[in-house]
Write a protein that binds this ligand. Structure first.
Ligand code: MN
Length: 451
């Protein structure tokens, strides 16, 4: 007799689909089989049973230029849970003169008892750390503390690493057994193009897209792949938004360079014409920028063909008021999306025949667990954490700010009715969402050391 048995569901694995019961004992998956008995039983007839979603790229309560992103650790992780995500990875951003471990301790304090689902942290390597004589000394200790991955940028003042700084940081991380997640754009050229456009009197949001050309995203990916290869550091390209970058990743993978790519729902479903939507064009400013419908198609194809491996959200929510700025260069970048990710990829990917059920689970959960070192997550296997989503493919959901738990007050997916939504969600054996109602408590989530 197990603690809990999920009966009659269709279990979805990255490499197959099985009709079976799934038993949970304490916090772990205990058994998969037929006729399992539990003290509590949940009937999943007609539903898919999948490993909890993993979103390895979110920005909760992130400070930026005097603002703070609008979902805090509590609202953001409750929204994630309701959408079937049971693990997120957020960021630590050390300030100038601040040690990485000190910044990590501060971020832990902010998250403590606030998170509704499990979480990990990427350590950011800002310019001042990458270029200071002893700025990278703490990298091995950060890896030891369970932050396996280091965030680097090829754009943005204060964050940007030129090629030499990038190589130096990649080498330090590689030697420590860590890995690198990268924002890839050719920042200095974009800064020049943006300043030129502004000087010519262009202020509208569409100029955000015009001044960040796709080939300059791809050439940054290409250079980073070469540097990561020199440094023997595994590399993961964040938020790939165009077919040129997919091609750069594919070329590197063909040469056996250790590189992965992720994309996000906004790059799969939206395009730069959103900026022309009158007053709301500024809402869609994110970097890299939204591209074209042809890019949307190329990204779905890349996901299906394993040229890209993960769908994250880069959830970085700002209110409409915060997004309203005098010109395109001062709009805080980022869009919300933490809640609907799993369902959007199911609706537009699986239901449209672009992805198999197995690939859906692989790109929304299993692959992120593999690369990010979440060894007990992302799979429905005995011994793994019982992070489980019971997903009803027939349940419809009209997406709008008041049907979601996100705090931004708007969503780029408003008006879409998806077929398929999580019914019940378990975090390490505890039911935290029951029939779409959140019944967990902030503090249910734990920091996960990644190895
Ligand atoms: Mn981001």
């Amino acid at each position: 007799m197990y603690d809990l048995v999920i009966r009659n569901g269709l279990l979805i694995y990255a490499d197959g689909v099985v009709e079976a019961d799934l038993a949970v004992e304490d916090e772990s998956i205990a058994a998969i089989g037929a006729g399992l008995k539990g003290r509590r039983e949940i009937d999943a007839d007609g539903c898919y049973v999948l490993p909890g979603g993993i979103d390895p790229h979110v920005h909760l309560q992130m400070p930026l230029a005097g603002l703070v992103s609008s979902d805090n650790f509590t609202t953001g992780t409750i929204a994630a849970a309701c959408g079937g995500t049971t693990t997120i990875i957020d960021f630590v951003e050390p300030q100038p003169e601040q040690s990485m471990l000190e910044a990590l301790a501060m971020r832990h304090a902010e998250a403590a008892n606030q998170v509704a689902i499990d979480f990990g942290l990427h350590m950011t390597v800002p310019t001042w750390h990458a270029t200071a004589p002893h700025g990278l000394d703490e990298v091995p200790a950060v890896v030891e503390a369970g932050c396996l991955s280091f965030k680097m940028y090829q754009a943005y003042q204060g964050m940007i690493l030129d090629d030499v700084a990038l190589l130096r940081a990649l080498t330090a991380v590689g030697e420590a057994g860590g890995r690198t997640v990268l924002h890839s754009e050719t920042g200095p050229v974009l800064d020049y193009l943006r300043a030129e456009a502004l000087a010519a009197g262009h202020t509208e949001p569409i100029w955000h897209a015009y001044t960040r050309p796709a080939p300059l995203e791809a050439s940054a990916v290409h250079r980073a792949a070469e540097l990561a290869d020199l440094a023997s550091c595994p590399l993961y390209i964040f938020h790939v938004g165009c077919q040129e970058s997919v091609e750069a990743i594919l070329q590197a993978r063909r040469r056996r360079i250790d590189i992965w790519g992720e994309t996000c729902p906004q790059y799969l479903l939206l395009n730069a014409e959103e900026h022309l939507g009158g007053l709301s064009g500024e809402l869609y400013v994110c970097a890299p920028p939204l591209r074209t419908i042809e890019d949307n198609r190329a990204l779905w194809h890349a996901l299906a063909q394993d040229a890209l491996q993960v769908v994250s959200t880069d959830h970085c929510p700002w209110t409409a008021e915060e997004k309203r700025q005098p010109d395109f260069t001062c709009i805080p970048g980022g869009v919300p999306g933490i809640e609907a990710r799993l369902s959007l990829v199911h609706h537009f990917g699986v239901n449209q025949g672009l992805l198999t059920l197995e690939r859906w689970v692989e790109v929304c959960s299993t692959n992120a667990a593999r690369w990010m070192g979440l060894t007990r997550k992302g799979r429905l296997s005995p011994g793994c954490d019982a992070d489980i989503v019971i997903f009803d493919p027939d349940r419809t959901k009209y997406i709008a700010p008041d049907t979601l738990h996100e705090a931004a007050g708007w969503t780029p997916y408003e008006g879409i009715e998806v077929s398929g939504w999580p019914r019940t969600v378990l975090l390490r054996g505890k039911v935290i969402v029951e029939d779409e109602q959140y019944i967990g408590a902030p503090g249910d989530g734990r920091f996960v050391e990644r190895r």
